[in-house]
Design a protein around this ligand. Structure first.
Ligand code: FAD
Length: 323
């Protein structure tokens, strides 16, 4: 193969939103490096999702199908992908930086004696080689990372760093592969799937997010922003102090110690824009900030800024939206 292999996460035949972003990254790398691009999906009965990928500009889609891959397990995924990579020898293996990938991809890379360059936010091409860009020190520094040694090289792509809208259409063939797997290789057993709470959410797949900060003053005022979220059909998120105070659950926190999100629209309400918050949301396509301080750093990343008191601005916005 000696090209670029994008390993794409699916569940129940539906691709993870970040999988398409990783595929867009792989296509871009492939175009700039002059390398063919391949995609792979794993599971049991993945024909449908593999066919949907075949509508993109790719050299081939690998459908890795096995009854033992029906449920995700790190052992199953590592064993199956090892076989695909050993057979086709890609130069680069690209993943979306999802929770699942964080679980198995380091083990996969290590099994080849390589590292995973994780959470890549950008790239450049130098002397025909891919140089990955990743952030250090809570996003204060962007570091160039070179892949040294022999291929395969492994990298995962941060949410929102590449946009699925830039995916190039085309036609590709689907090649089915049945890896050699035995039940004894898989040391974990999946129990029942559950959500931590009924409100738990994977913010990384939300299209619109209304995020609230300390400008809201107290928990009793939260309905102000919850109504805005409802009017926009948005998920609610927050800066860290809101979650630290227990006003919203921890899984709603955006930032370096919370989730990284990249929705189409991110509305930051009463959030100052500390670097630890910005690293979690600056990949959003359109950012709207509402803050009474015109010097608030959030305005540096905002596409639209409203300087004003949120307790006046937000109800006025809701009224307009209802019209
Ligand atoms: C190791 C570490 C990890 C961290 N991880 C995260 C993280 O993951 N996510 C995160 O968010 N933070 C994180 N932080 C905290 C971060 O540094 C900031 O303290 C935090 O983001 C500030 O939250 P805030 O913007 O809601 O509050 P503040 O900084 O207090 O800002 C409140 C804003 O609201 C505005 N405001 C006040 N009243 C109104 C009003 N009536 N109308 C309109 N605007 C108003 C103010 O002008 C101000 O800009 C972390 C910090 C550390 C040290």
């Amino acid at each position: 193969m000696s090209g670029i292999l994008a390993v794409l996460e699916q569940r129940d035949g539906k691709l993870h939103k970040m999988a398409l972003e990783a595929l867009a990254a792989a296509q871009q790398f492939g175009g700039e490096l002059g390398l063919p691009v391949f995609a792979a999906v794993l599971g049991s009965g993945v024909d449908g999702v593999a066919q949907s990928l075949a509508g993109h500009k790719l050299d081939k889609v690998h459908a890795i199908d096995h009854e033992l891959l029906k449920d995700y397990t790190p052992d199953g995924y590592v064993a199956a992908l090892r076989q695909l990579i050993a057979a086709h020898q890609p130069k680069y293996v690209i993943f979306p930086h999802t929770y699942q990938v964080r679980d198995f991809a380091p083990a996969l890379a290590t099994s080849f004696g390589r590292v995973l360059v994780s959470d890549v936010v950008g790239h450049r091409v130098d002397n025909g080689d891919l140089v990955a860009v990743r952030q250090l020190f809570q996003g204060k520094i962007n570091a160039d990372v070179r892949f040294v040694g022999d291929a395969p090289h492994f990298a995962s792509i941060q949410a929102g760093a590449f946009r699925a809208e830039h995916l190039q259409a085309g036609t590709a063939t689907v090649e089915k592969m049945t890896p050699e797997l035995t039940a004894s290789q898989i040391r974990t057993k999946l129990l029942e799937l559950f959500r931590e709470s009924s409100r738990a959410v994977d913010l990384s797949s939300a299209e619109i997010i209304v995020s609230v900060g300390r400008g809201i003053r107290e928990a009793e005022n939260l309905p102000v922003v919850e109504k805005l979220a409802e009017a926009l059909g948005a998920e609610i998120a927050a800066s860290r102090p809101i979650c630290d105070n227990g006003w919203l659950p921890m899984e709603r926190q955006v930032g370096s110690s919370g989730q990284t999100v990249a929705p189409k629209l991110y509305v930051a309400v009463g959030i100052s824009g500390a670097i630890q918050h910005l690293v979690g949301m600056k990949g959003s396509k359109t950012i709207v900030a509402i803050n009474k301080d015109p010097e608030a750093p959030i305005f540096e990343v905002a596409d639209y800024g409203i300087v004003g008191d949120l307790f006046q601005v937000v109800p006025a916005l809701i009224e307009e939206l209802k019209k």
